[in-house]
Design a protein around this ligand. Structure first.
Ligand SMILES: Nc1ncnc2c1ncn2[C@@H]1O[C@H](COP(=O)(O)OP(=O)(O)O)[C@@H](O)[C@H]1O
Ligand SMILES: [Mg+2]
Length: 389
């Protein structure tokens, strides 16, 4: 029996928690093959006994489709026990599975002990600002599509429960998410637009209705968007946050391991105080979400008559000052361009049209990607904030 084929077979089994396959959800560890025998560890934290039984049957069924005579042994285990075994094996020099020569081992690259409910998503990036109207959603949408252009699998979660603008910006007004049954439980499917996957409260209510949601209810919506949506395997999930430091930001860091935050600001100094406050929320001692950088939006205006002249209508230098205050980088400056606004209103984002505007967002995406990789190299995954502390 071949390990690769067994991995392929296990990709046909859905993880009850995430709704995606067991391999992408990082639930399978230590596959060992010996003759007709195959043994592997399956992480089953938070699963009901009934579900465990069903999951066992499903994995055996899929492997036996490929190898009808396979004798499958699923070792259901919690991730804490697996981590302890691994640590012990490392100390003793044992591979933890006996030492038979013919054993081949498949170990998932990282054992995720963080309790992250989206193991199939590699990077979760919050797009934040101090004030509204600075172009946060416009940046989020165009950045998401630019990352997709760079070849990544991208999701966009509209976390702005008061003023969801993603549906309009992606021409998805009136669309309703589909449902998928995962082991008998209904889950929501994200909506696809221009090759990215998205979810917004705007798919459920009219934007005017969204405004009546408050604190505890908002918390519930955020939780549902994380736990009850079948997000596919993604390289990047961007989260467009409401402005400031409110309940949505709080529930986000309590729910997810946020890889990093990007601050969006306009260049004027008066907007800076709010932007600094919003940024500091992520930098708090018990939150510790790295700031990947700053995007300065509406940096200048140029007109056709004087294309080389920059008019600093909204002031000058705010992005750089904010970046310095957060000991981080200025990831990009995007001028005021009429076509960006028009594109947003019409639902065909500016980055999708050929021309100089597109390059602003592609450059921004390349910088975001680079900073994310550096962040992942130099520091551990962000800890999810403990609700009780
Ligand atoms: N660089 C830009 N040039 C021109 N218009 C822009 C630019 N960025 C954003 N806008 C427009 O400004 C308005 C506010 O942007 P939006 O992304 O909704 O802000 P926020 O999400 O911060 O409230 C929208 O009409 C949008 O199309
Ligand atoms: Mg917005």
């Amino acid at each position: 029996m071949n390990i690769e084929k067994i991995i392929e077979a296990l990709k046909n089994v859905t993880d009850p928690l995430t709704g995606v396959d067991l391999i992408a959800s990082k639930k399978v560890y230590n596959i060992n093959v010996d003759g007709d025998h195959v043994v592997f560890d399956l992480i089953v934290n938070d699963l009901e006994p009934m579900m465990k039984g069903e999951l066992n049957l499903r994995t055996v069924e899929e492997i036996q489709k490929v190898y009808p005579n396979a004798n499958v042994n699923v070792n259901m285990i919690t991730k804490e026990v697996l981590a302890a075994q691994k640590a012990k094996a490392e100390v003793s020099g044992d591979n933890g599975q006996g030492k038979k020569e013919e054993y081949k081992t498949f170990v998932q690259p990282l054992l995720d002990l963080s309790g992250n409910p989206l193991p199939q998503v590699k990077n979760i990036i919050a797009i934040a600002s101090g004030k509204g109207g600075v172009g946060k959603s416009t940046v989020a949408v165009n950045l998401a599509l630019a990352l997709k252009e760079l070849g990544y699998k991208v999701g966009l979660l509209d976390g702005d429960m008061y003023g969801p603008s993603i549906p309009t910006m992606l021409k998805l007004q009136g669309k309703r998410p589909g449902l998928k049954k995962v082991y008998g439980v209904d889950k929501l499917l994200p909506i696809e637009a221009y090759g990215i996957h998205t979810m917004s409260i705007g798919f459920f209510v009219n934007p005017e209705q969204a405004i009546v949601l408050r604190g505890p209810k908002l918390d519930g919506v955020m939780k549902q968007f994380v736990k009850d949506v079948v997000w596919p395997d993604l390289d990047y999930m961007l989260i467009d946050l409401p402005p400031g430091t409110g309940d949505v930001q709080l529930s986000l860091v309590q729910l997810l391991s946020v890889t990093g935050a990007i601050m969006v600001t306009t260049p004027q100094q008066v907007a800076l105080d709010d932007a600094v406050k919003a940024m500091h929320m992520f930098m708090l001692n018990n939150v510790e979400v790295p700031i990947l950088g700053v995007v300065e939006n509406m940096s200048w205006f140029s007109c056709e008559e004087l294309p080389d002249k920059k008019f600093y209508i909204f002031g000058h230098g705010g992005g750089k000052v904010l970046a310095q205050k957060g000991s981080t980088d200025l990831l990009g400056q995007i001028p005021i361009i009429e076509s960006i606004r028009k594109a947003g209103d019409s639902g065909l984002p500016a980055v999708l049209s050929e021309g100089p505007v597109r390059d602003y967002y592609l450059d921004l995406a390349a910088n975001v990607d680079k900073q994310t990789q550096i962040r992942n190299e130099i520091s551990q995954p962000t800890k999810i904030v403990d609700r009780t502390s």
